[in-house]
Design a binder for this molecule. Structure first.
Ligand code: PLP
Length: 454
């Protein structure tokens, strides 16, 4: 119901990310005009429950005045300053201090960027720089996982293990490798337990390392819960089995906390939920509740020491962004973290997430649903043509996108991902009543789809 002039101008002038440009010329945009709590409203005034918190990010929902006030105060005081060449601002200093202190494993320094992709690109550059500095220039290859998602800049898109992000872009770049995707439902063999499957995943990783030569492998990147690849919760014992292999071969572990960070899985970081011991953590999204773009890379003391000596030998650590530690974004992030603490956001997540998981798992009985999975306030349903054989629908039928479109018609915005997987990742402030409303609206869409398919 977008007004014609806005619709036409959008079609005429915008190239949309993650959008089929041909289809967009027909459909036009959904124009979001305002938001309040877990809802956004389009230009016809229709309300939608934002079941994805935008892009897994608007943790505090819309209309949080404290974040507006924090930004306004900082804009009036010092709207911009940079952090190159020994410069700093108070919000940036405070944010680095808070993040290092709240890290679930010992971390030494925080480096700021503007997006999750930049944080992961930065982590790769740090890892290469570190290995040059410590005299191991051959240790440069990086392993990520098929269906992992780490962003879309050239190096981050190379880490990402999804065809859509690489096809047509001449990616991945060299020195980035992918190991198996630990999705038990999809890749587990008949009768294979989660634990046995996890052992097989660990063996795959070790075989890849041996094949390539352990002395050439620098780092392993993993999201605690894989997000955009389909909301894949690691199978039991997976990280327990992966981490000793990394240690044994002196491979740095990067936890990509861009989605999981700040409460999504029921603990402050996915690192805690799954007992990880990363050397580097990347974070973004809920760091500022997405009110302004900001991301961070946390590095431990070992990595810092390497970069420290490298920067001394080369004259400076020659990396950084105009907006690294932007004071307004940092002030909003500081306020976001203060709100999490004062309002006991973790307590809230743990009080409402059982309802979310109960409603989600109830969908497993639906004729179109093969698996319903999740943890905390993140989850997904995977739609299948045959529940017994787990056979997928022909992608040309676009069953997932069609269900997401019906859900949007019913007033709930969700994300259809490759493999007809529908993701749920609502604002962390969602109430149980709103969770029920979200699943009621979605369930009706799923029923309509099932009826249409006969
Ligand atoms: N890492 C993960 C786990 C993500 O989910 C995303 C984005 O969804 C990114 C990195 C990239 O972040 P951005 O889109 O801010 O570049």
């Amino acid at each position: 119901m977008t007004s014609n002039s806005l619709r036409d101008a959008d079609i005429a002038y915008t190239l949309h990310p993650y959008t089929n440009a041909v289809a967009h010329e027909q459909s036009g945009p959904m124009v979001a005009m305002r938001g309040k709590g877990v809802r956004v409203y389009d230009d016809a005034g229709k309300d939608y429950i934002e079941g994805m918190a935008g892009l897994w990010c608007t943790s505090l929902g819309w209309g949080e005045d404290r974040l507006v006030d924090a930004a306004t105060r900082q804009m009036k005081e010092l709207a911009y300053y940079h952090s190159f060449n020994h410069k700093a601002t108070e919000p940036g200093i405070r944010l680095a201090e808070t993040l290092v202190q709240m890290a679930p494993v010992p971390m030494s320094k925080a480096f700021f960027c503007n997006s999750g992709s930049e944080a992961n690109d930065t982590a790769i550059k740090m890892i290469w720089y570190y290995h040059n500095a410590i005299g191991k220039p051959e240790k440069k290859k990086i392993i990520a996982r098929l269906r992992g998602y780490h962003g879309v800049t050239v190096a981050a898109a190379s880490l990402t293990g999804l065809p859509l992000n690489q096809k047509g872009f001449d990616l991945p770049i060299e020195r980035i490798l992918h190991t198996s995707c630990p999705h038990h439902y999809r890749y587990g063999e008949a009768g294979e337990t989660e634990e046995d499957f996890a052992s097989r995943m660990a063996a795959d990783l070790e075989a890849l390392i041996e094949r390539e030569g352990p002395d050439t492998i620098a780092a392993f990147f993993a999201e605690p819960v894989m997000g955009a690849g389909g909301v894949i919760v690691p199978p039991k014992t997976y990280f327990e089995k992966i981490q000793p292999i990394l240690k044994k071969h002196d491979i740095l572990f990067v936890a990509d906390e861009v989605i999981c960070g700040f409460g999504r899985t029921g603990k402050m970081f996915g690192t805690e939920t799954f007992g990880l011991q990363p050397d580097i953590m990347t974070m973004a999204k809920a760091l500022s509740s997405a009110y302004l773009p900001i991301s961070a890379v946390l590095i431990n003391e070992t990595v810092y020491q390497g970069i420290r000596s490298g920067s001394d030998a080369l004259g400076a650590f020659g990396h950084g962004y105009t907006y690294s530690a932007h004071p307004v974004a940092a002030a909003v992030a500081n306020e976001t973290l203060a709100i999490y603490e004062e309002r006991d956001m973790l307590g809230h997540v743990n009080s409402v997430s059982p309802r979310m998981q109960e409603r989600l798992r109830a969908l497993a009985d639906h004729p179109l649903v093969g698996e319903a999975r999740g943890i905390g306030l993140i989850g997904a349903v995977e739609l299948v043509a045959d529940k017994a054989t787990k056979e997928n629908f022909d992608p040309a039928r676009k069953v997932g996108p069609s269900v997401a479109a019906k859900a949007q018609n019913n007033g709930v915005i969700l994300r259809a991902m490759a493999g007809d997987i529908i993701a749920f990742s609502p604002p962390l402030v969602i109430s149980t009543a709103e969770i029920d409303e979200m699943f009621d609206r979605f369930g009706a869409a799923l029923d309509t789809q099932a009826e249409a398919m006969g």
